[in-house]
Design a protein around this ligand. Sequence first.
Ligand code: OSB
Ligand code: MG
Length: 369
Amino acid sequence: MKIERIDLWLVRLPLVRFFETSFARSYDRTFVLVRVTDSGAEGWAECVAEENPFYSAETTETAWHVITRFIAPRVLGRPFASAGEVLGTLDAIRGHPMAKAAIEMAAWDLDARQRGQPLWRVLGGTGQPVVSGVSIGIQDSVDELLDRVERELADGYRRIKIKIKPGWDVDVVERVRARLGPIPLMVDANGAYRLEDAAHLSALDDHGLMMIEQPLDYDDIADHARLQARLRTPVCLDESIHSARDARVAIEAGACRIVNIKPGRVGGHAESIRVHDVCAERNVPVWHGGMLESGIGRAHNLHLSTLANFRLPGDIAASRRYYDPDLIDPPIEVRPDGSIPVPAGPGIGVTIVPDRIQRATLRTETLAS
Ligand code: OSB
Ligand code: MG
């Protein structure tokens, strides 16, 4: 495989409904779309960096800059035996995992298509349908949230995650339990708490949550270990894990009992597999997170989610929760049993609609060897 050309699109899609976390409310999603080409064969991926540096330090603009100035010159025209070699050629570039992952994941799609294989097969997955949960943002009222939780369960989703922040946490969980009983439920704080909040957070222990995701700061592991020692609820790390080494260090420190994998956050599929394996060796379950991806990123996530240690429902979900229309047709759909079939066919296996990309495009750039 050789990447002869890279095309970038900066696109903006309206969200079907706003999405609110502890750090921001968004009404649309702006992201960088990537296509890599080798003698007519294509590979596609999207960069999960957001327009603002609130989830992580990267933004759409830093990703564009790093891809065009530093990543493209290192990968264009270079022969790769497989896409698994791409990330290693970028070692001189510190950080910027989302920018690296965008190119690396597009290379995996290209590699799989050239081999005539579905992506899950080259990643080492099973290709079995993926059990899906949903992530429900902070709402204007608890009643609104309860209605949404009910609707998602009726659609078949097998686990509910609600976003929390100070002032929207223990009471909200209590009301969800009071109305809906022992549903598979978890919470995600996106780093909104401090270790001093441990006593308050321990009230969550009475509610049988599957986990609390990223309660403390985005770059913290040590205080998560102190917090986990004080909670019965398993801590899951998202923002804090950027590599297999981070996962190993966090597990050894007792900072988490579950790990969220997002390939964009760790530099792509190859590093995701290493995170997956580090966790599997230590009997720590992983699950697949989401970054409000279009169908292109969502398809990548589905294929990766079929590796054996993805033992808990992921934040994958159907296209129509996010974009209508999606950039792919047919869209990703969830079955009544809450599972999502993995697209068949070579690579990510979805059909991209060029017109829809065109309509969403703010800027493009082409890089060639
Ligand atoms: O923390 O998992 C997160 C969305 C954007 C940024 C961070 C997160 C999220 C989600 C949504 O929780 C997951 C999804 O449905 O794509
Ligand atoms: Mg999260």
